[in-house]
Design a protein around this ligand. Structure first.
Ligand code: BGP
Length: 481
């Protein structure tokens, strides 16, 4: 659909930015914090770009006031950040680290004092190492009560000031990268274990949302899903089936569970054929289907779309790892034999890390979520990872980021005009931060942080051109792009 005039953004639209504890805080063993699986994983040779880690990251733990002041200057209405589970529960459960909770108290209060609404992600990948060691983390049923108790602690402590909670950040990524491609901890490559761990994560997610609703906390709760809508390369029917398979396996498998509490039938069949069925009990089904376990919104992390063709069952392309070098054009096709494989899309340009640039894909993602699930959407991440250059008197001319974000905001407005309910947009990211496996050279922020892989330097902050641009966007409620 094409329009002569687009609907305006809602008056209370949450313009903001997002981050994750491990990627910004640093202070990795300060004030009683326990170790997370990332604290250890980054020390395995070859796992991250130039062996970077989040020991110091961008030192947000010590500089949060300066960062919040910059957010206030940009006019942010909301800031999405995650709580580090091992900072508040060093061994994952039991003894609470008051000093850890106190840090988030200070951060939340600072945000509120600056009229910035805190959006809290409960889990952004930094699982307490103690739980990994004790029972294998996400592979054990014990994670369900432990994750629920951790979330309950946060609801009790911060529920008076937080209205929007994100349960799990990108379950599809931390599970597949953790158990299928070994790009994330615990670096396993085993499809059966992948879907078993994924099933536990589904149950943990449902259990937390159910508790939130049962206890009647204010506000809403939902997972953030990394959704890359799939296109078929062309109108060849076999490629269309491949695209549908990719959508089933890469999206509906998670979104159907969140919204409807059931796995897609095509996936259950596929799992049964391949011997990959997780252990699903009647009690599991009851929890997943419980109306109280339905999210209040769908969190959407959108970066790119995927284009696919058919992939032969015998001799087909298998899964490959992501380009973490930042050398454009070094990615390989990736796929599942018998289902689909990725293909270059002639209509799109790519970033230096070979991510497709596709604003219309965001509109597509929003429309598909609305038409299939009829849930409001909170866009919890979207942004451009790029090389930035600090010049002269502390300037960064990131016109490319402005062009990227502008096109994506236009796509959101088109989706709103289409009839999708979008409640907010928190870009990735506010300051530059550590990219999990791409080091510090892949930057996303409105604020440049002066450090690199080998030198922490002074960690000074410099607003980029995009900072002033976003300030205008927010001030005009999306009218001046
Ligand atoms: C998402 C994660 C974020 C962030 C972002 C950018 O998957 O939720 O934590 O890292 O992707 O990814 P990358 O840093 O790999 O470019």
């Amino acid at each position: 659909m094409e329009y002569q005039q687009l609907a305006p953004f809602p008056q209370d639209f949450l313009w903001g930015s997002a981050s994750a504890a491990y990627q910004i805080e640093g202070a990795y063993q300060e004030a009683g914090k326990g170790q997370s699986v990332w604290d250890q994983f980054v020390r395995i040779p070859g796992k991250t770009f130039k062996a970077t880690n989040g020991d110091v990251a961008v030192d947000h733990y010590h500089r949060y006031q300066e960062d919040v002041a910059l957010m206030a200057r940009a006019g942010l209405k909301a800031y999405r950040f995650s709580i580090s589970w091992p900072r508040v529960l060093p061994t994952g459960r039991g003894t609470v680290n008051e000093e850890g909770l106190a840090f988030y108290d200070r951060l939340i209060d600072e945000l509120i004092a600056n009229q910035i609404e805190p959006i809290v992600t409960i889990y952004h990948w930094d699982l307490p190492q103690a739980l990994q060691d004790e029972y294998g983390g996400w592979e054990s049923r014990q994670i369900i009560p432990d994750f629920t108790a951790y979330a309950a602690l946060l609801f009790e402590r911060f529920g008076d000031r937080v209205r929007h909670w994100v349960t799990l950040n990108e379950q599809n990524i931390f599970i597949t990268h953790g158990y299928l491609t070994a790009e994330h901890p615990p670096a396993v490559m085993d499809a059966k274990r992948t879907y078993q761990a994924n099933h536990m994560a589904n149950l943990a997610n449902a259990s937390v949302i159910k508790l939130f609703h049962e206890k009647g906390y204010q506000g809403g709760n939902g997972p953030s899903f990394a959704y890359s809508p799939t296109y078929a390369l062309d109108a060849d029917p076999v490629n269309q089936i491949a695209a549908d398979d990719a959508e089933q396996l890469n999206a509906n498998l998670w979104l159907d569970i969140y919204a409807w509490g059931r796995y897609p039938k095509l996936i259950l069949n596929y799992w049964a054929r391949e011997g990959l069925l997780p252990d699903i009990t009647a009690a599991d089904q009851a929890l997943l289907q419980d109306p109280l376990a339905r999210p209040d919104f769908m969190g959407l992390n959108y970066y790119q779309t995927t284009t696919v063709t058919a992939n032969p069952l015998v001799g087909g392309v298998g899964l490959t790892k992501q380009n973490t070098s930042g050398k454009k054009g070094t990615s390989q096709a990736s796929g599942v034999p018998g289902l689909f494989k990725t293909s270059d899309n002639p209509y799109m340009q790519q970033t230096d890390w070979d991510w497709n640039i596709d604003p219309e894909g965001l509109r597509m993602a929003l429309r598909r979520i609305e038409s299939r699930y009829n849930l409001p959407v909170l866009i919890t991440e979207n942004g451009l990872g790029a090389y930035d250059r600090l010049e002269g008197a502390g300037e960064v001319h990131d016109e490319y980021r402005i062009v990227f974000l502008k096109a994506h905001i236009q796509a959101i407005q088109e989706a709103i005009t289409d009839g999708v309910t979008v409640i907010g947009y928190t870009t990735w990211s506010f300051t530059d931060l550590l990219s999990w496996t791409n080091g510090y050279q892949k930057r996303y922020g409105f604020v440049y942080v002066d450090r690199d892989e080998t030198d922490e330097k002074e960690l000074n902050r410099y607003p980029k051109d995009s900072f002033y641009w976003y300030q205008r966007v927010i001030r005009s409620n999306g009218q001046q792009l």
